[in-house]
Write a protein that binds this ligand. Sequence first.
Ligand code: 5AD
Ligand code: SF4
Length: 593
Amino acid sequence: MFSIPSLFRLDYRISMSTMRHMCACKNTTNNSTKNHPNDSVKIAAKKTYKRKLTTDGPDLFQFMASTGKTARNVKVHPEIPPYLDPASLRADGAKVYLDVYGCQMNVADTEVVLSVLESQGYVRTLNSNEADAWLLVTCSIRENAEDKIWKKLNYIKALKSHGKLSKNMSVGVLGCMAERLKTQLLEANNVVDIVAGPDSYKDLPRLLAVNRNTGQAAINVLLSQDETYSDLAPVRLSKDSVTAFLSIQRGCDNMCSYCIVPFTRGKERSRPIHTILDEVRALSDQGVKEITLLGQNVNSYRDVSERSLSMYTPRDSPATRKDFKTVYKTKEGGLRFVDLLDQVSLINPEIRIRFTSPHPKDFPSEVLYLIRDRRNICNSLHMPAQCGSDKVLELMRRGYTVQAYLDLIQNVREIIPGVALTSDFIVGFCGETEKEFERTIELVKTVKYTKCFMFAYSMREKTGAHRRLQDDVPEDEKKRRLNLLAKTFRQTAEELHKEYIGTTQKVLVTADSKRSSDDFQGTSEMGTKVIFPKLQVPDHNGILRQVVPGDYVNVVITETNSEIFKGTCTELTTLTNTESLQSRKEQYSASTF
Ligand code: 5AD
Ligand code: SF4
């Protein structure tokens, strides 16, 4: 199981001699990515060309991050050194450039980061050349995700050394990679000034101020048991977008043996429901038309906050499906995902609700019935299978067999007719033979997904697989399997999508098509991208008007491939309106004559 004590350990009594040791150590470990002798140290002396640490300077304790244990005690930084008074945390007009990698959760996190920084006077810039701080919000899920960040850091270093960026610009690594590599990031290429894990974003103004005022690097990688940032209003990165992400939960307790997330994002914790509902209302007021609820295990949402418990009666039915196992003790009481989905979808029936990423184990029938009955909860479900072999699923510690997964799919299809299914797959996991890989191919053919995210296995340190298993499938073989799986998926999706030709899809118009400004693009309820020419179409009164992003329109599908639909827009519509204008006209003529 996840070792909390080691993650939360923090030695506050590191002496100045330890600090001097660090400086010396730093000088001798340039360009090394080896583990630092003391990972829990909160500041590393860096940029010695700017300022050397002296024994009469501030002691290490003054640089310590607040523990981040509760949302309340991280807001203000109690131990601010004398020259870092609260006013010096402000950076009025300082420009921050945000560079986001990885999953949608990282986009949501960046909106939290921007909220924290704007509250201290920072402004966002889209031009990295004029930035006072360049913050990379990073991903660690596979080695290639980290490779991209290293390349970017080297690029920034080159720009700095050629005088194309200010030498004083702070460079920060935030998120999963910060949490995984900690001080190694400061040592490796001598360009990183700030390291902030996913639970220490509220500490960013202090970390930046330390770096700005002293030229020293600053780090806070403490994971929290209960930080959910629910007391902050995220600042949306795409203000004009009609779609938004909303984080409802952080961390993960599942411990799938391949996955680094429990180590980079810590224990699973959910936001109190009222804070989520407030955010949905705010997004509704801003004209957002589609909200995707986010979490690493979104459907195991559980609000156990006191305020919520007093408002709702607990349910008796199990939240986890039978035939699915968990490695942790199922949480007792509190509000569940079905309660959240119910409340969220009632706020504005004209806002589509999606959620990602769920785990198949947490799909009790009551969730499926709610999705069927609520018109604005999209009938498209992500069902990450990961692979089609029982032996590999067991090694992955997914907690289900292929049969249990297929039974769930059947149940989902019975309850929600026309549901679209998507999945994640990993190929080349430890011990996966050709036969076992073929079972994954079979599963893809059997289920017929509309979209699949497919990955070659990448072993991550600390995970169960790293400790117990052998990464024994050669890289070339992983690539071959990945190509074959992708080909199989494309063929099945192509066939499946052909069945939609001639159907009418309700589409949320999101933007101009990337290929042509004569076309719009949008998403169907099943989550497929739909392209159609810009035309004036009738509204519900039959009056012609130009379509704009944020409209719902009916599109008759004329062409499909494995990824997208193309079609002709026939009329404007709404989510609550199930009838097309055409059918109402027919009804009207039938009853009149
Ligand atoms: N290697 C390859 N893919 C991975 N995923 C998670 N960890 C790894 C890994 N170590 C994939 C899983 C997960 C998705 C987000 O990323 O398929 O569902
Ligand atoms: Fe990557 Fe996972 Fe972190 Fe998202 S949560 S950024 S996918 S490691």
